[in-house]
Every structure is written in C-alpha cells, then in structure tokens.
Design a protein around this ligand. Structure first.
Ligand SMILES: Cc1ncc(COP(=O)(O)O)c(C=O)c1O
Ligand SMILES: [Zn+2]
Length: 416
C-alpha cells in the first residue's frame, strides 16, 4: 500500500499536511479559482500489485488497496464496490454499458466516498462526522459513521426527498433541516472550526468538492471498469454530474492505471448535468465554471446545484470531453425506459447519462463504433415521486375476465 504523503491542490499542486481539514487551496481561492485537494502518495499507486490477486478478491472496493490510502483490514467497509457492468442493448444507444452503482450498500455510488472518508476519520480519531447533503452523500455518511461507531450530523434541506432523509435517520444520523441551503454550510463550518467535526461533504462556497480521502474511493470505479473490459478502456465515460467529484475521481483512477502501463489511454468524459454550469464553463477559458440558475427546479434533485467545480471542468478539458445539459422531460423518459427495458430503476439524476448519449450519438460526437460506459449512480426508490407521474395509473378491477381485459386495455393498451 502506498502511504499518503500530502494533500495537494488539484490546480497548482501546492502541498498541505495529510491531516489538513482545509479542503481548499488558499492561493487558488484568492485567484478566483477555488480548488480541491487530492491525495498524493509516497510511491506509485498500484506499483507491485498483481492483477490476478486483485481479480480473485471480491471483498469490497478495498481489494484495490494497493492504490488507496489505507489497508483493506483497516477500512471502514460495508462491502461497497464490485458493482455490475451490464450491457444495455435494448436501449437502442449502440455499444453502451451500465455501471450500476445503485447496487452499493446504501444504493448509491456515494458509499465509495463514505468508506474512503470514514476510514480516515477513524484513523484520525474523529469524534463527530459532519455532512451537508440533499440525500445520497448524507445517507452514505450516516451508514459508514454507524459502522465506524462515530456520531454523525447531517445538514439537509427542507425540500430534500423524503426517503433519502429517512434513510439518514434510519442509520442513526442526527439530521438537521434548514430552509436556506446556505445555512447548511454555515452551520457545518462552525462545527468543523469550533469542535473539530470531520467533514465528508463540501461545507463552504464556492464549492471545491468533497473530502479528498472519500474522493479516492471513486478511483475504484475506473479500476473496476478497466478490469471488466480486460484493460481495454471504453471510449467514453458518461456521468451524472453535480460538483464533479466522481468525474475527478474516476479520471484519476484511469490515470493511475495508465501510469502503471495497465491501460494505454484514458477515456473521454461527458458530464450530464442539469444546471448548465459545466456546459457554459467549457465555452469559456476560465478555470471556474459559472453559476447558472435554472428558472424551475429539476426533478434530478441530487445533481441540482447551480455551480460545478474547478476539478470537474479541468477533467473535461484534459480528457477532451464535454458537458451536456439535460431537462426534466428527457430524465423522466429515460427513467421509465431503463426500468422497462433493462430492469434497472434509477433515481432521476441517473437517467441523465442516457439522455446525453442519445444526443451525442445523434449529432455524431460519439461515433457509431465507440463504446460508452454510463454510470448509473443511485436507485429509483430513493426518490420515487417525480417518476410516478410518468407511469399509467393501475386500473382497479372488480369482476371477472371481461373487466380484467378492459382494465389492461385502457390502462396499458394491452390486448392478449
Ligand atoms: C445520484 C447522484 N448522482 C450524481 C451525483 C453527482 O455528484 P458529483 O458530480 O459531485 O460526483 C450525485 C451527487 O451529489 C448524486 O447523488
Ligand atoms: Zn492551488
């Protein structure tokens, strides 16, 4: 296992101590391009590791501990990772594979973040975990804090989806609601500064991204994808993006593999977003994507923030990728299509990559022979409300076969 040597700014590479809570580079913030910190190591991640040994081990994402900041035996784990990579021929989008992250312990990709961050929280002796989250990150923080035996405070927003907030509460987190989203960060910052609470989520603006050790967990999505394709990476990785945490983490994972010579190129990345911050950011030469407020709320509440990050924009530029802005109609249509044709019911945000691939295949950006991996980030049951409206109301049938046939025909157009 390589040992973390420093937390380094993703933009200017300035180094900070490994236990720094700053989560931010002061120099880049002063220049108007606030940038997250990322873990750097003594030694090359993965050096000396055996691909066969890693392949045989199916315990959790920590089978990749040769690339990570802690040993598998010291990790706070719920068996996250090793999620299926499934072909999706019925979608009519060509060579598309679904990396189904809804199969993680709390039904979202944020478990990799939770496991990566809580492992370090425990190592550093954190007394309290703090997260600000509309849902998935808070649910993961709560579950992994429970596993680690550390109390957890989650700041959430009054408009957050009911099942997601219930999930945090079920894992024993102390959930606090606020009416103004800005209060979440204000209160969490006070907890961090005054009491040394350990933050797993962003807690100040303009946002830079999440806890650097949590972000390391996202590298394992790239390792799993590369391994599943026998070290021939796909041409494109298409992700639902909010701050661009997983975008950065996956990209870093592919870069690790390339540095080792296990793969010969890094895929191009597409950010499927709802605000348009990265879409506009790509059109400028600026390092920081702009704030883009929508006229109406999106059904993809998990990725609803109005501004992405320096790290997300940077990965799109470095990978020769692009951003696509997706609206509610497309999200609803793709949730229903995925569930009905592939048997996978995603949260609304996770439908965004499919709408993006559809658009980019149609305009020729993604060529017909090119392979795409769509990252499906969370399960539909977490926020079922918006999709219910897109489905036919089940008929109430009283009586016999004739009434059943009428019900099936009227509700579903089905004639046996
Ligand atoms: C379901 C889901 N998908 C995607 C994202 C995007 O997160 P990020 O771009 O910060 O990795 C989030 C997070 O907030 C989420 O909850
Ligand atoms: Zn910097």
């Amino acid at each position: 296992m390589p040992t973390p040597s420093a937390l380094a700014c993703v933009r200017c590479a300035t180094r900070f101590p490994v236990d720094s809570y700053a989560q931010d580079c002061p120099a880049c913030r002063a220049k108007g391009a606030p940038a997250n910190l990322t873990v750097t190591y003594n030694g090359t991640p993965g050096a000396g590791a055996s691909r066969d040994d890693i392949r045989r081990n199916r315990g959790s994402m920590w089978r990749w501990d040769a690339f990570l900041h802690a040993r598998a035996e010291d990790a706070v784990t719920l068996g996250e990772g090793n999620t299926p990579l499934l072909p999706a021929p019925a979608l009519g989008l060509g060579d598309v594979w679904i990396k189904d992250e809804s199969r993680n312990p709390t039904w979202s990709f944020k478990d990799r973040l939770g496991s990566g961050a809580l492992t370090m929280a425990k190592k550093f002796g954190a007394k309290v975990i703090a997260s600000s989250s509309s849902g998935n990150a808070g649910a993961a923080a709560a579950a992994y804090a429970a596993k680690a035996g550390i109390p957890c405070v989650v700041f959430t927003f009054v408009g957050s989806a009911g099942p997601l907030v219930l999930q945090m509460r079920a894992y024993g987190a102390m959930v606090v609601k606020v009416t103004d989203k800005a209060d979440r960060w204000r209160l969490q910052s006070l907890g961090v500064q005054e009491f040394g609470w350990y933050p797993t989520s962003p807690f100040f603006g303009p946002v830079v991204g999440s806890n650097p050790y949590g972000m390391e967990g996202y590298k394992t999505i790239a390792y799993e994808v590369a391994e599943a394709f026998d070290w021939q990476p796909p041409d494109w990785c298409v992700l639902p993006v909010c701050y661009g945490d997983a975008l950065y983490g996956m990209w870093k994972g592919f870069e690790d593999l390339k540095a080792l010579g296990w793969i010969d190129r890094v895929p191009r990345f597409v950010a499927a977003e709802v605000s348009g911050s990265l879409t506009q950011g790509m059109a400028t030469g600026e390092p920081m994507p702009p704030v883009v407020e929508r006229n109406a709320p999106s059904i993809a509440t998990s990725i609803g923030a109005a501004q992405a990050t320096v790290q997300g924009l940077d990965v799109l530029r470095r990978s020769k990728g692009l951003a696509v802005t997706i609206g509610d109609d497309d999200l609803r249509r793709w949730v229903v299509t995925l569930a009905a044709k592939e048997g996978i019911w995603p949260e609304a945000s996770s439908a965004a990559p499919f709408a993006a691939i559809e658009r980019l295949r149609a305009d020729g950006t993604i060529k017909p022979h090119e392979r795409c991996v769509a990252r499906l980030t969370a399960a539909g049951l977490k926020d079922p409300g918006p999709i219910e409206q897109a489905l036919p109301e089940p008929p109430l049938v009283t009586g016999g076969l004739p009434e059943l046939l009428v019900g099936l025909k009227n509700a579903y157009g089905f004639v046996p």
